[in-house]
Design a protein. Sequence first.
Length: 256
Amino acid sequence: MPVSYDMAWQRRNGGHNSNTGHGAVMGAHTGQVLDYGVRSKTGRTCATGKKKNHDCRKNHTGSSKSMEPDVAVDLFQHAIKNGVKYSIYTGDDDATTQAHIRDKVPYKVEKHSDTVHTKRSLVSKLYSLRSSQKFPGCSTLSVKVIGYLGKCFGYCIAQNKNNPQSLKTAIQNIVPHAFGKHQNCNDMWCHYKQNPENYKHNELPFRNDLHGDELEKALTTIFNEYSTDVAIKKLAPAANSQRNESLNNSVGLKNA
């Protein structure tokens, strides 16, 4: 059964210092909550020390971050008792959660990347590059350029759903296309070959090609991380866990 999984904490902006967290498995096709788990590092009654015998809600002693793989393993194992297996799951690319599921769940689980999380990850790396390195003699890695590159990445995934080879080629062509190298561009989305002399970009600054070998090399290195065979296999289904995000937002409002 294909599902999505995500974890959230009481403190949305500082979740890894939160005392409580909740995770849910949702059906990929139905969007319904199939199972959920809650972790708490404290108990209000325990903290007061006034009552020894009570329904204690404290059930976690590790870090707040470790709640995510802990709940995931619990839910995926519990599925067997209900006669099902969560054979495919979509979620963020948290390596610890994936490792725990692989090592502790007694059946094979295939991981699909959440395309929204992956795009955020890419854009975050582009901003880190912008702040950490200077590229004299090159185009400016401006907010507009980063937005353009992120948008291209999203389009590539949407337009090449379930076509891994085409998706890989498309992602690898994002940077060359932006730098005016259109030899491998797909004519469906790149119109350079229709009118080479007058072609202009629609969304890059001044509609011009980016320039600068060092900038192109740095951007290519980042985009290559998202076009490996492993990454493409996870991205090709174009799946996401936005229903989980919506659920987390609703729960967060209740706890606000």
